[in-house]
Design a protein around this ligand. Structure first.
Ligand code: HEC
Ligand code: HEC
Ligand code: HEC
Ligand code: HEC
Length: 308
């Protein structure tokens, strides 16, 4: 009796699956353009193309559930792989291609979906635990990003309250709160209280240069540009080294700075308005209150001349 039921379910499932006429060839075309970026290497835990174990595990919830997740999105997997121009059938074809290349039978598993159509994939327990304990995200205020405008007790808030991360994004809840993490890093007396340059150079952190490829290294350029400052303020030394350890040339050139010494007009007013160096400093790099970090070159005192 039981086996007959199962068989019927199997046949029904097989039938419905074939009825949708998944086109593996079209699926490969779709996947090559819109899915491989993550599914080839398994970025952020994406099931890998051709990996039988990965796809068998996914198919435990049934084809219908898997298709639904690909259409609507699941954690770091964007709806339709982030390409809304794809039709629902394109997505189903791409999945048929994934299963085909991994050697996973779609139809046999699809029967489970019939039995438990509402089975919702449980989010990873870590995330769930964190989400439970968090308070409701506050609406970000104007100037909320500027740490200098806040009392010390409000420094380094959790990501979903910091005005930088999107409180509606799940990633904001996955991140370890800075206050907890920062205790082990090199201290600074300003900004978020971490000296990031020292922290990096002392090997306390090893940020990845490339999200997908952990063997890629930055191209560090050691070129200082001295910007002479009129008056008594020490000159500004702009160091390429400390920047290119983290940043790509295209983060600054040519949108923020023309790559030619002296070709850019930079002033403190502009920096304080969030332009030029102020695009980052005061937001994601040490703040403008650290005058000496930028104004680091003392002027040779023309003693005789100044006595006049
Ligand atoms: C930006 C990266 C990214 C892109 C692009 C992407 N995926 Fe995914 N995909 C993921 C990640 C990450 C997961 C695992 C999500 C999880 O289980 O938390 C996933 C999971 C899946 C799953 C399994 C769902 C389940 O229920 O377990 C399917 C099917 C899938 N993706 C299909 C696609 C298709 C089809 C495309 C292209 C149209 C695509 N993905 C593009 C990142 C991506
Ligand atoms: C954080 C921002 C930033 C990054 C990242 C950056 N630069 Fe620059 N670059 C500058 C600034 C500021 C100047 C000085 C412009 C001026 O004096 O008007 C400059 C000047 C230059 C100059 C002109 C030197 C001269 O003597 O005329 C070159 C060439 C240059 N950058 C190349 C690069 C390359 C190559 C990279 C990547 C490896 C890079 N920069 C990354 C900010 C940056
Ligand atoms: C695209 C973002 C960006 C821009 C634009 C930028 N910086 Fe930086 N800067 C950083 C980051 C990130 C660091 C390393 C982290 C830190 O020190 O906070 C850094 C570090 C530095 C350091 C090294 C400090 C140390 O401890 O050794 C100096 C000096 C500096 N920046 C000066 C400047 C000046 C001057 C300008 C404008 C001409 C500028 N930066 C523009 C992002 C930027
Ligand atoms: C992120 C780097 C950075 C920090 C931090 C910084 N400055 Fe500057 N400052 C500059 C740059 C770049 C210029 C433009 C130099 C030039 O003329 O090319 C400048 C110019 C100036 C000038 C010349 C007049 C003007 O407005 O352009 C004064 C005065 C000055 N800074 C004072 C300060 C004081 C005081 C502080 C600390 C409260 C400070 N700066 C912090 C980068 C910085």
């Amino acid at each position: 009796m039981k086996s007959i039921k199962l068989l019927t379910a199997l046949i029904v499932a097989l039938f419905t699956y074939n009825a949708s006429a998944a086109d593996v060839a079209n699926g490969k075309k779709v996947a090559d353009i819109s899915c491989v970026a993550c599914h080839k290497a398994g970025v952020m835990g994406a099931p890998k193309i051709g990996d039988k174990a990965d796809w068998q595990k996914r198919m435990e919830k049934g084809l219908v559930g898997v298709e639904k997740n690909a259409l609507n999105g699941l954690n770091s997997m964007p709806a339709k792989g982030g390409n809304p121009t794809l039709s629902d059938n394109d997505i189903k074809d791409a999945i048929a291609y994934f299963l085909d290349s991994a050697g996973v039978r779609a139809a046999a598993n699809a029967s489970k979906a019939k039995a438990k159509p509402k089975a919702k994939p449980a989010p990873t327990p870590v995330v769930k635990a964190v989400v439970k304990t968090v308070k409701k995200p506050k609406k970000s205020k104007v100037m909320n990003f500027n740490r200098l405008m806040k009392p010390p007790s409000e420094w380094n808030p959790p990501p979903f309250e910091d005005g930088i991360h999107d409180p509606d994004g799940e990633g904001a809840y996955m991140l370890q709160p800075p206050r907890e993490l920062f205790t082990n890093l090199e201290k600074s007396s300003s900004g978020n209280r971490v000296d990031w340059v020292k922290t990096l150079n002392n090997g306390l952190i090893a940020p990845r240069w490339d999200k997908a490829d952990d063997t890629k290294q930055p191209f560090v350029m050691d070129l200082n540009i001295v910007r002479e400052v009129k008056g008594s303020m020490p000159n500004v030394v702009y160091p390429h080294k400390q920047h290119t350890q983290w940043l790509d040339c295209s983060n600054c050139h040519p949108d923020i700075f023309i790559p030619k010494k002296g070709a850019n007009q930079i002033s403190m007013a502009a920096i304080l308005m969030g332009e030029k160096c102020g695009v980052c400093h005061g937001k994601v790099a040490f703040p403008v209150s650290d005058c000496r970090k930028c104004h680091s070159q003392n002027k040779k005192k023309p003693l005789v001349a100044s006595r006049k």
